[in-house]
Design a protein around this ligand. Structure first.
Ligand code: ADP
Ligand code: TRP
Length: 322
């Protein structure tokens, strides 16, 4: 299995990012080959401040390392350090129907809101396809909202192969079922655009405060409640053990408890769950040069692979051998 995924350096990771996407990256790092990169070229479509983009990029690498990504088992690098991908992107762009990109969510949503999209956002899925195809990736762990982009990648790779011969490996998306949509503190999908996030690398005290502020319903304490439809329970099930979840579910069905107690349990479990990662994060914070070394070594490895695939594509469509 050849696994690849990218994470945009656009801010601090929240529980949705972790349980919806990052947790899978870490779990899959023992695949035959695993490539993970910081998608700074994609982030450039929204982050337009150079020091912020640099900061976010280094932070994203620190976050992944703190969450358990092991540079000895997986290749970790920054997207723009592999220029072969941008060349491959152009090759793919030449065969991309406009209609295919017009149907993609990110562009459609922005247009529907009356905002002006630039060509970078419009062609975003093609760069993503180049990211995936450049390493012969067959498995792409992503959150649910990225599945459409993997389908675009398969379409583009399939039509290139059809025209020019078998050059690209067709990848498959891998989505986790149970945490495909992590709720935010307001019950909507957790997202930094909705201001309803719980950050992974949060100070325990600050996180406790955020959890205590989660809005709950006003049904009487005695009433039995359905755990499956409750935000607190859903969040708790991400950070508590199976036994703890069963106990809390039984308490919900029985009734006679206050949400304040559930919030305390949630805050305690979250603190325990993220404690190691938070302490490792502090450690990486103080070693920026070690992080840069890891990224440099990762980019060198990634470039070797991407150069082979790019050469194959160039050869197949007549850009080489003139
Ligand atoms: P945001 O919505 O906060 O801007 P991104 O779009 O940057 O988050 O998402 C990065 C990754 O995290 C994607 O793969 C996405 O599917 C996943 N993700 C984001 N929010 C959630 C969520 N609430 N539940 C599950 N996965 C999520
Ligand atoms: N678009 C992805 C996101 O927003 C990030 C990304 C860029 C990516 N290139 C990729 C994910 C290639 C998987 C494979 O989360």
């Amino acid at each position: 299995m050849r696994v690849l995924s990218g994470i945009q350096p656009t801010g601090r990771p929240h529980w949705g990012n972790y349980f919806g996407a990052i947790i899978q990256y870490i779990a899959l790092q023992d695949a035959e080959q695993a490539y993970y990169f910081i998608a700074n070229l994609h982030a450039l479509t929204t982050v337009r401040d150079k020091s912020l983009l640099r900061q976010y990029s280094l932070d994203a690498a620190r976050d992944l390392l703190a969450l358990g990504l092991d540079p000895h088992r997986a290749v970790l690098f920054v997207q723009s350090d592999v220029p072969e991908v941008s060349e491959l992107c152009w090759i793919l762009l030449t065969g991309t129907p406009m209609g295919l990109l017009e149907r993609c969510h990110a562009f459609k949503d922005k247009k529907a809101k009356g905002l002006i999209a630039d060509a970078g956002l419009f062609t975003y899925p093609v760069l993503q396809a180049a990211d995936i195809l450049a390493y012969d990736s067959d498995t792409v762990p992503v959150g649910e909202d990225q599945v459409q982009h993997i389908e675009v990648c398969r379409d583009l790779a399939g039509s290139f192969n059809h025209q020019f011969g078998e050059v690209f490996v067709l990848p498959k998306a891998k989505v986790l079922d149970n945490s495909a949509r992590v709720p935010g503190t307001d019950g909507e999908k957790m997202s930094k655009s909705y201001n309803n996030t719980l950050a992974v690398f949060e100070d325990a005290k600050a996180q406790r405060k955020q959890i205590m502020r989660i809005a709950t319903d006003s049904r009487p304490m005695e009433d039995p409640k359905d755990p499956a439809s409750d935000i607190l329970f859903m969040l708790y099930s991400l950070v508590a053990s199976e036994r703890e979840c069963e106990e809390l579910a039984a308490m919900y069905r029985h009734g006679g408890f206050g949400y304040g107690d559930v919030k305390k349990k949630l805050a305690e479990s979250a603190e325990a769950f993220f404690a190691d990662a938070r302490s490792r994060r502090n450690d990486w914070e103080s070693r920026p040069d070690d992080v840069r070394d890891i990224l440099r070594a990762g980019a060198a490895q990634a470039r070797t692979k991407a150069a082979q695939v790019l050469a194959r594509a160039q050869e197949a469509c007549g850009l080489k051998g003139i």
